[in-house]
Design a protein around this ligand. Structure first.
Ligand SMILES: Nc1ncnc2c1ncn2[C@@H]1O[C@H](COP(=O)(O)OP(=O)(O)OP(=O)(O)O)[C@@H](O)[C@H]1O
Length: 535
């Protein structure tokens, strides 16, 4: 096999960045530190191909580069590595680089693999609960957006200089087409599920399901909490994979290491369910922490701030708030509830997960982007539909319905989104409140919009003044708010909380224990419009 990695001369310039030292190299790419004048100045640049490849490798590399490019451009979440630019190197003078794809990313300090390399045997890595919650948040977001990561492992979880965990390496990431996606057959033997080994490789690769990520999350959790131990014993990755397959056939029981904390055992056992259908019902979102809970999972959530600088990338860290929770439809939910009760943990307070195994999240498209997903909550598409004779402008109805369809939460209906829009801007796409820095039909604060932006009309631009983008992004954000409130234990008046959260932030509402007094008149307006629309 030729070496597919790109040697890049020091000082080489790409996308306005000057390449420095090599950080590392994977099977298909080389990653370099780079320095530029933009923000951030210190970045990492990953070069993919095309040096010295056989025709077969070239095809695989092209597929990996396409995935990395496509997903990186669309990934927008506090726990996914942010890609700042993607360029194809056009430099015939450097043949080994000419045609390579260069991804300019925010630069991490190290990976979880590095952390594990320094871990004490049979001892959880520092801050393991928070790290797991953050990995879980990134993964949940990906699944909700209709993507499977496909290569979750410690080496692909990067830690930023402030310690935040972010998922990286989207080379095997694939978009769901119904129940599964396709990716090159290149998973990491220690983290692919047992059924992966007997999957047929077709022209488009192997079938990949979200349940594969759930398995990988189970392995990773076991590793982080036991100082790196794999849940299946064996001296080599091949031996461990065979042990996992024996377990899946029912030839051996699951033997989690004694060092794995009691409260995590049901979580890991559920993620490592031998039956992939059963695994698919694990609700990763339920692992995310609510406020005021107790137990071991901590985490971060993006927080939307509306006033002043309006920097919604500010994150609230809540540690030690809740034990890991597993929930699922049907049998698994009951089993998990019993296990959690035995572990002394509170039962999940969030809404029941989707019966089809999909996990709720801020942006839900369980289908390829551009095609609306059927809500996994089972909500019929017409529930909460905008009445024909209402004042909702015809031009906004499509984006409003699209935004609602992308969210599995039953409260996020077209009429709720319409009611919030009416209260925010009176449906005026040109609305502007410069004194508070809010613009467009959804009254986005630009910096806040950047963190939640979706390209609603698929024109390649995310623009808060474009109603399609503004509304679909708003749907993304209110969906996340709704889920946050449920995870925090709120069960009543969710539309009011969502309207209040949109005007303030999830944290402000949580701290007030409900609708804060100062936004009550606004929320009353939203609820009035909602009633008018029959919601
Ligand atoms: N944005 C980044 N910031 C800092 N380091 C990074 C970044 N992206 C990747 N790295 C590091 O660069 C190295 C190579 O990464 P790469 O994604 O190419 O391969 P890998 O994940 O290690 O291996 P494989 O390709 O086999 O999965 C890894 O050590 C990784 O931690």
């Amino acid at each position: 096999m030729g070496d597919p990695r790109c040697p890049v001369p020091p000082g080489y310039r790409v996308a306005g960045y000057r390449i420095g030292d090599q950080i590392g190299a994977g099977a298909w790419g080389s990653v370099y530190a780079a320095h530029g004048t933009g923000e951030p100045r210190e970045v990492a640049v990953k070069f993919l191909g095309p040096a010295r490849l056989s025709p077969g490798q070239r095809r695989t590399m092209a597929q990996i580069a396409r995935s990395e490019t496509r997903f990186s451009r669309r990934a927008d979440h506090p726990h996914l590595i942010r890609t700042l630019a993607v360029v194809t190197v056009d430099d015939p003078a450097h043949q080994e680089l000419d045609g390579a794809v260069a991804l300019v990313m925010e630069r991490a300090a190290r990976s979880l693999q590095d952390v594990l390399a320094a871990a004490r045997p049979r001892t959880a890595v520092p801050d393991a609960d928070r790290l797991l919650a953050e990995v879980c948040a990134g993964l949940t977001h990906m699944h909700a957006a209709g993507w499977v990561h496909g290569d979750l492992k410690p080496g692909n979880v990067l830690l930023m200089p402030d310690g935040t965990a972010k998922l990286a390496d989207f080379g095997l990431t694939a978009e769901l087409e119904g129940t599964h996606a396709y990716a090159p057959p290149l998973g990491s033997p220690d983290h692919v599920p047992p059924e992966w080994w007997s999957e047929r490789t077709g022209a488009r690769g192997v079938a990949l399901r979200p349940s594969a990520d759930v398995w990988a999350f189970g392995v990773l959790t076991h590793q982080l909490l036991t100082g790196g131990l794999h849940p299946f014993l064996g001296a080599t990755a091949r031996a461990r994979a065979l042990a996992a397959q024996a377990y899946a056939r029912g030839a051996a029981p699951l033997r989690l290491d004694d060092a794995l904390p009691q409260r995590w055992r049901p979580v890991v056992a559920a993620c490592l369910a031998a039956d992939r259908e059963e695994r698919a019902r694990v609700d990763l979102a339920a692992l995310l922490p609510p406020a005021g809970g107790r137990g071991g999972l901590g985490g971060r959530g993006g927080q939307r701030s509306r006033g002043g600088s309006g920097d919604r990338r500010a994150v609230a860290t809540r540690r030690g708030q809740r034990v890991g929770a597993v929930a699922g439809a049907g049998g698994l939910a009951a089993v998990a509830a019993v296990l959690l009760a035995l572990a002394g943990a509170p039962e999940p307070t969030s809404a029941p997960p989707a019966a089809d195994g999909s996990t709720p999240g801020p942006a839900v498209t369980a289908q390829p982007a551009g095609r609306p997903a059927v809500p996994s909550s089972g909500r019929p598409p017409s529930a909460g539909a905008i009445p024909a004779g209402s004042d909702v402008p015809a031009a906004l109805r499509g984006p409003i319905e699209d935004a609602a369809r992308r969210c599995p939460e039953p409260e996020i209906t077209p009429v709720l989104i319409a009611a919030v829009l009416k209260a925010e801007s009176g449906f005026d796409p040109q609305a502007a409140r410069p004194e508070s820095g809010e613009y467009g039909v959804a009254m986005w604060t630009p910096s806040v919009f950047n963190a939640w932006a979706q390209d609603g009309d698929h024109d390649g631009v995310k623009d808060y003044m474009d109603p399609a983008d503004a509304i679909v992004s708003m749907g993304n954000y209110v969906c996340w708010l709704d889920q946050q409130f449920k995870h925090r234990g709120f069960t009543a008046d969710l539309p009011a909380l969502v309207a209040a959260g949109y005007r303030t932030s999830d944290k402000t509402v949580a701290e007030a224990g409900g609708v804060p007094e100062r936004v009550r008149p606004h929320v009353t307006k939203v609820l009035g419009y909602l009633a008018e629309y029959g919601g």
